[in-house]
Design a protein around this ligand. Structure first.
Ligand SMILES: [Zn+2]
Ligand SMILES: [Zn+2]
Length: 339
């Protein structure tokens, strides 16, 4: 089968590789129909994390179940599904507690399309087929009435934006939210959409990126340009997404006393400075940690089916399958590839 492969830094090729097969009970094979580019894909293909040889790319998709092994309940061949980008078993203690990113059955950072991080090749979603080792835990069925292109990012970035605000708005209903985008903006933009859907009184969006600012306004945020020096005021809930220590420091400064700053950022390099003195004095909480994709899929898909979340509003470019190798290296806030 054909698989989009990152063969070296900034070089993608469609390669002929053996198709995956069912290897045990509880598994599924899924044929991806629409694949979205995650913000981290730009860093993977740029070599931000050292490459360990060629790797399969793509970890956000809507697909169609092509085969099911014995012992899978509640799923049928031909059904449309969102596939969790993280591989998680659904049965271990962290999975049962909803912490599916920390599944004990798989090595840390076991994700599709991210072999440079985990060292394990699970395949990539820009392929004719992917193997899903824990079908019941990792697949979320969706209505045939929904457009696969609209939901392609629900594997990862959409629930990441959602969880950035959901827990905090439950604790502080109706609060105002500031989203600070100091890097690639798709997760922050999904956070804007989720905050408004979950009843935030007002959502502000701070960035240096003119296109992201305009898109945030269209989503209903009050968007303002910033150089990340000094925030104009403070907010009870702040979300920060990006890679710059200046952006993180700005987000913490923008958090009000006893407020909460939620990070959706992966600071992979050297230790990142944090103003603990200010946080201690003012009681500002900093939350970090990965999104638990499989655990979040039912509630996120429920909101989409109810018309309360519209992830397609963040999509800025849709290309055909055959154009993925070029398009995946080109800038776009949110790229979706359709079969
Ligand atoms: Zn991702
Ligand atoms: Zn598990």
């Amino acid at each position: 089968m054909q698989q989009l492969t990152c063969v070296e830094v900034r070089k993608l090729e469609w390669r002929e590789v053996p198709a995956p097969r069912l290897e045990g009970d509880g598994e599924a094979l899924v044929r991806p129909l629409a694949v979205a580019r995650c913000d981290i894909d730009r860093f993977l293909t740029a070599g931000l994390f050292p490459l360990r040889g060629p790797f399969a790319l793509g970890h956000e998709c809507v697909g169609e179940i092509a085969a099911l092994a014995d012992g899978v309940r509640g799923l049928a061949i031909g059904q449309r599904v969102v596939v969790s980008f993280q591989v998680s078993c659904g049965r271990c203690r962290p999975c049962r507690a909803g912490r599916t990113a920390l599944c004990e059955a798989t090595p840390t950072l076991s994700d599709y399309g991210m072999q440079p991080l985990s060292g394990v090749e699970y395949g990539g979603m820009l392929s004719d087929l992917i193997r899903v080792p824990y079908a019941e835990a990792m697949l979320q069925t969706i209505s045939d009435a929904l457009d696969p292109v609209a939901l392609a990012s629900v594997s990862d970035n959409v629930p990441d934006g959602y969880r950035a605000v959901a827990k905090h708005l439950r604790a502080r209903p109706g609060s105002e939210v500031l989203v600070v985008a100091h890097g690639l903006p798709s997760i922050p933009l999904y956070a804007v959409q989720a905050a408004l859907a979950l009843g935030a009184e007002r959502v502000a969006f701070a960035s240096q990126d003119a296109e992201a600012l305009a898109l945030a306004e269209r989503l209903g945020a009050h968007a303002f340009e910033t150089d990340f020096a000094k925030p104009p005021r403070t907010w009870p809930i702040v979300v920060e997404g990006g890679l710059s220590p200046a952006g993180l420091a700005y987000a913490i400064r923008a958090s009000e006393p006893e407020g909460v700053c939620q990070g959706v950022s992966f600071y992979a390099g050297p230790p990142t400075p944090v103003p603990l003195g200010r946080m201690y004095t003012l009681g500002i909480q900093l939350h970090t940690g990965r999104c638990h994709a499989a655990a979040l899929l039912p509630e996120v898909v429920g909101l989409i089916e109810a018309g309360r979340l519209r992830p397609e509003a963040v999509t800025t470019r849709v290309v055909d399958w055959k154009d993925a190798a070029e398009a995946f290296l080109e800038p776009a806030i949110k790229l979706v590839v359709r079969r």
